[in-house]
Design a protein around this ligand. Structure first.
Ligand code: NAD
Ligand code: TYD
Length: 339
């Protein structure tokens, strides 16, 4: 069998990192190239067990650096691109939107040009349900692939912009693309600035957990490994030009999520601290993933099994998240939320 070259951008981050390991273990006949700038969110220690494998390669580069990206594609002639690299935190996009436009919009366009130049078999653009904006609290309403794009934060606006560029490269140049729009992920190696790992790490250290507003905002949670399996399916079976929503019907209020973690760890709910609401805070996200299910995907974790596995992982891997919060993040949350 001829070996295929797969470029995974953002493979030092949370979801991209899980996807790198998933592909290395599942498809030894693929050569995996992990391209990452190693921003604050990128960390290679998670790949210690695979870094000596012959089919794993790491490239440190900025996806927005056109010359480097074009020459890398000319040299390697990738078959597949799975594009995760992004600025991904809504709160950061509220304080500093510029880098979101550079990385998420310009970076995606540079990759699209490079993919077009060498004629890739497939370009999978990993996007988010946040491009659809927000739903109200009516539990019978869901985002479908036909829901209009109405992003509310600079983060989701930059992701929606990149989605439109991906679509345009398919319509204009016939580039074989798919766009995936997944709900909130959780699982191993989730950076501890996001709600679930932030809560687990702070509760384990007996520190207050900041909940924005009244805690009634709803997110639809999917275990990262179910997301990886969905992307694998889309990469190989997705119909060119199509968008696929990904979600497992695990809607929870933020308060429910935080209380579940506190109770699982046997700690007191007094650790909860309600703080000032996020600007433009989206009320509710909920995904209809019927289209992807018809392609052959279904989630393997419920929220209960997934959160139990994730809490256990954080208990077993304290060294990984401690080095982050005790290093460059020392004092960050205290300052940001006054907790
Ligand atoms: P993350 O912040 O954990 O990781 C992002 C990675 O991209 C980091 O390793 C970082 O170093 C790298 N990166 C950032 N800027 C770069 C640049 N200019 N060039 C090269 N690399 C760069 O993000 P994540 O949570 O793993 O999200 C990955 C993708 O999935 C993003 O595109 C995000 O929009 C999408 N997504 C995330 C979620 C979620 O719940 N986390 C849900 C749906 C979709
Ligand atoms: P987050 O993990 O940042 O993901 P996103 O904003 O992309 O959905 O936040 C998830 C939810 O949790 C969101 O409604 C904001 C809320 N939240 C808090 O209440 N407190 C926190 O400290 C954080 C980081 C998030």
């Amino acid at each position: 069998m001829t070996r295929k070259k797969v470029l995974i951008t953002g493979g030092a981050g949370f979801i991209g990192g899980n996807f790198v390991q998933y592909m290395i273990n599942k498809s030894p006949s693929y050569d995996i190239f992990n391209l990452d700038l190693l921003t604050y969110a990128g960390d290679l220690t998670k790949h210690r067990d695979i870094e000596s494998k012959k089919n794993y390669h790491f490239v440190k580069a900025d996806i927005a650096d056109r010359d480097i990206i074009i020459s890398l594609f000319e040299n390697e002639k990738f078959d597949y691109v799975v594009h995760f690299a992004a600025e991904s935190h809504v709160d950061r996009s509220i304080t500093d939107p510029g880098v979101f436009v550079k990385t998420n919009v310009l970076g995606t366009q540079v990759l699209l040009d490079a993919a077009k130049l060498v004629g890739v078999t497939k370009f999978v653009h990993v996007s988010t349900d946040e491009v659809y904006g927000e739903l109200d609290f009516d539990p019978t309403t869901f985002f479908t692939e036909d829901t209009p794009l109405q992003p509310n934060s600079p983060y989701s606006a930059s992701k929606a912009s990149s989605d439109l560029l991906v679509r345009a490269y398919h319509e204009t140049y016939g580039l074989p693309v798919n766009i995936t729009r997944c709900s909130n992920n959780y699982g191993p190696y989730h950076f501890p600035e996001k709600l679930i790992p932030l809560t687990i790490s702070r509760v384990l250290n007996n520190q207050k957990v900041p909940i924005y507003g009244d805690g009634k905002n709803i997110r639809d949670w999917l275990h990262v490994l179910d997301h990886c399996a969905a992307i694998d399916l889309v990469m190989h079976e997705g119909v060119n030009g199509e968008v696929y929503n990904i979600g497992g019907h695990n809607e929870r209020t933020n308060l429910e999520v935080v209380k579940t973690i506190i109770n699982t760890l046997g700690k007191s709910e007094d650790l909860i601290k309600f703080v000032k609401d996020r600007l433009g805070h989206d009320k509710r996200y909920a995904i209809d993933s019927t289209k992807l299910e018809k392609l052959g995907w279904k989630p393997t974790f419920t929220f209960e099994t997934g959160i139990a596995q994730t809490i256990q992982w954080y208990l077993d891997n304290k060294e990984w998240w401690e080095q982050i919060i005790s290093g460059k993040y020392q004092g960050y949350f205290e300052k940001q939320y006054n907790v």
